[in-house]
Design a protein. Structure first.
Length: 432
């Protein structure tokens, strides 16, 4: 049998001068009489095919003129190198169509964001969206690598939960037979249970928040990685976060040069990631913010605008520690020197991006935790299993959670979080 293994576009350079076969889509094309140029994409990369009447039978060349944007093809041809650039192209000797595409709705002209989001199932094919998802993948893989190398065991937290994991204001309710349950806001409480078996654990999965806000930072469904460690303190916790983020950003800088270029991302700031992160208290952040025009007070959380103002002043991620305890979650331990403050930190990305990680030391004392649950308006009976963890070998422990899309948005330099996830869910969008 005359069998020829098909190759991928990214490997064209290894086949210079050879005749190869490959499968691809024509993402753009132009023709001038007896010659056509097909811009090809196969998922691994991009290239150009030259379809010339001189190299094909009259019949085949006539068929080639039926090609349209997004037509899927199988191609056989010789690999040549661009005379000046590091680019390869194929002189087509034969081809067949899988399907001749109907008129593609996303043509070259500018489209509004609503049109593009309505056509997200097609928009994902564009070079820019391809680059973003490739970078997202590098971040996910780098995260798994880091967690494995640092002895974290992956514990898959449930999605359907009987009680609030973070707060009661943005829960999605789901009918569960005759009861109601909630979609998980965070896996944290469940992975806390697992530290007693495994020491260091993490989860990585979809989380849900019924965010009514329409901002460039919020999704209603997003992917969170929660990490939790036994026998730890906040300083160790922050060190792990810093190393993890550094390893993810470094992986992207190393593996996604083409993608970062496509996105026109200025990588200078990303390269600062090897330097120590900034660390300021919430009180200091408030002072800096007030100097820069914000009316935030010492007992308030940073609003979206505050995060924008503050983080534009920095060229590397910033830890903000010691938030007012009242505006943070019920499970956070209090600071030993000031009980009105939580032993916590948020990590904010620079350049106006804002919060990407939230973390804290957890309250490990049974009585104190029970008191907090009541103070926060929650029912201790809903958290009996969580309180149990403070009865049987309780230990100082803590952890953090990052929002994958927030990290992708910052690393890619996107204007809005909706492009960081394949299919965004927001208050106004659930389709496609
Ligand atoms: O700060 P959050 O609410 O912290 C927690 O859920 C903790 N239980 C995590 C932990 O300690 N294990 O959420 C964590 C991160 C935020 O820093 C942010 O990056 C992201 O999740 N996030 C969102 N991302 C997109 N859309 C939203 N609506 C988000 N809400 C939070
Ligand atoms: Mg937070």
């Amino acid at each position: 049998m005359n069998f020829m293994a098909k190759i991928k576009i990214k490997n064209l350079k290894d086949h210079l001068g050879e005749v190869v076969e490959l499968d691809a889509w024509i993402y753009n094309l132009r023709s001038s009489g007896k010659i056509s140029f097909w811009q090809l994409r196969d998922g691994s990369g991009f290239t150009q095919a030259i379809v010339s009447a001189d190299d094909l039978s009259e019949e085949k060349f006539a068929l080639s003129t039926k090609a349209t944007m997004e037509t899927s093809v199988s191609i056989k041809g010789k690999v040549n190198k661009h005379p000046k650039k590091e680019e390869y192209e194929i002189s087509v000797e034969d081809f067949s169509f899988y399907q001749i595409s109907e008129e593609y709705p996303i043509a070259k002209k500018e489209h509004g964001i609503d049109f593009l989001m309505d056509n997200r199932h097609l928009w994902l094919r564009s070079k820019r969206q391809w680059a973003i998802q490739k970078i997202r993948n590098t971040i996910i893989n780098a995260c798994y690598d880091f967690m494995r190398d640092n002895d974290f065991t992956k514990i898959d937290a449930p999605i359907l939960t009987p009680n609030a994991g973070e707060n009661t204001t943005d829960l999605f309710e789901v009918k569960y037979f005759d009861n109601k349950v909630y979609l998980s806001q965070t896996g944290q409480l469940y992975i806390e249970a697992a530290i007693f078996a495994h020491g260091r654990v993490f989860d990585f999965g979809p989380t849900f928040r019924a965010e009514k806000s329409k901002t460039r930072r919020h999704l209603t469904e997003f992917w969170m990685m929660d990490a939790e460690m036994a026998f730890t303190n906040l300083a160790d916790n922050l060190e792990i976060q810093e190393k993890l983020l550094r390893s993810m950003v470094s992986a992207v800088l190393e593996k996604n040069k083409t993608e970062l270029e496509l996105l026109e991302r200025d990588t200078k700031i990303l390269e600062n990631i090897t330097k120590p992160f900034y660390k300021i208290t919430h009180k200091e952040a408030v002072r800096i913010l007030r100097e820069n025009g914000s009316d935030i007070t010492e007992n308030e959380d940073l609003g979206g605008d505050d995060e924008t103002i503050l983080t534009k002043l920095y060229d590397n991620p910033i830890f903000i520690t010691n938030y007012p305890a009242a505006i943070k979650a019920f499970y956070m331990k209090r600071n030993s020197e000031d009980s009105t403050r939580a032993e916590c930190a948020d990590l904010l990305a620079p350049e106006g991006y804002g919060e990407i990680i939230g973390g804290s030391q957890r309250e490990e004392n049974y009585d104190t935790l029970k008191k907090r649950i009541i103070e926060f308006g929650l029912k201790p009976e809903d958290y009996d299993w969580y309180l149990d963890l403070r009865k049987y070998g309780s230990v100082p422990h803590g952890g953090f959670g990052f929002g994958l899309e927030r990290i992708v948005t910052w690393i890619c330099g996107l204007q809005h979080i909706r492009e960081s996830i394949p299919f965004a869910r927001t208050i106004y969008r659930i389709k496609p």
